[in-house]
Write a protein that binds this ligand. Structure first.
Ligand code: CA
Length: 231
């Protein structure tokens, strides 16, 4: 069942939206504040969020940023009483997928929900695809077959170490935070911590680096994460 999170502090409106969404067959959770919405998203893992901009305490933009950080793929429709163009632009910049100005007709919102779900369901993966083969100095790595050739010797990589390397290759030369690596490689598995990233980096270094204690390819970026040096 498609789950929708509604974050709206005006109770009548929130309950009206919920009733209509439920008639359409969606499973709906209502949160009356941003904090509640973020907490609720972690539990219900919604397929789409409808988010009011004018919320008490934490405003809609802050909630949107927090949701985006945790769930980059979550489709979000912003609700706002403010029709100014600047709000619309800011909403999209922060990562809203659609924007509905109050007062709105319930049918309009339902159609936008449907259209957005359709659009995001068929969207191709947005992550950059790394090449299948990577050369780091004299080391050659076949990402597809999880194979490393170093000094004429062949070793294999674990699936997660391969994914981790692919994530670093996709951002070669740039510092990638442990948090981003966790998200890209492990998704949202709450049981996995940044220690796991470090453990897999250690595995990669053992297999790729001539001297794992003094790495030349997978570099540590102090207090941040890692950076792949491809030369
Ligand atoms: Ca409001």
């Amino acid at each position: 069942m498609t789950r929708i999170l509604v974050v709206e502090d005006e109770r009548d409106l929130a309950l009206g939206v919920r009733a209509n969404l439920e008639i359409e067959g969606y499973e709906v959770t209502v949160a009356y504040s941003g904090e509640e919405g973020i907490a609720s998203a972690a539990v219900t893992r919604p397929d789409l969020a409808i988010l009011d901009l004018m919320l008490p305490a934490m405003n809609g933009y802050e909630v949107l940023e927090a949701l985006r950080e945790r769930y980059p793929e979550l489709p979000v429709i912003i609700l706002s009483a403010r029709a100014e163009e600047t709000d619309r632009v800011r909403g999209f910049r922060t990562g809203a997928d659609d924007y509905v100005t109050k007062p709105f007709g319930v049918m309009e919102l339902m159609l936008r929900v449907k259209a957005l779900l359709r659009r995001t369901a068929s969207a191709p993966p947005s992550a950059p695809q790394p090449p299948a083969r990577v050369r780091l100095g004299t080391v050659e790595i076949d990402l597809q077959n999880r194979n490393v050739i170093r000094n004429g010797a062949e070793t294999s990589l674990s699936p997660k170490a391969t994914d981790l390397l692919a994530a670093l290759v996709a951002k070669a030369g740039k510092a990638v935070s442990r948090h981003d690596l966790l998200r890209d490689v492990w998704g949202y598995d709450a049981s996995v911590t940044t220690r796991t990233v470090d453990a897999h980096v250690a595995e990669l270094r053992r297999k790729i680096e001539d001297d794992p204690a003094n790495p030349q390819h997978i570099l540590t970026v102090w207090k941040t994460g890692y950076r792949l040096r491809s030369r």
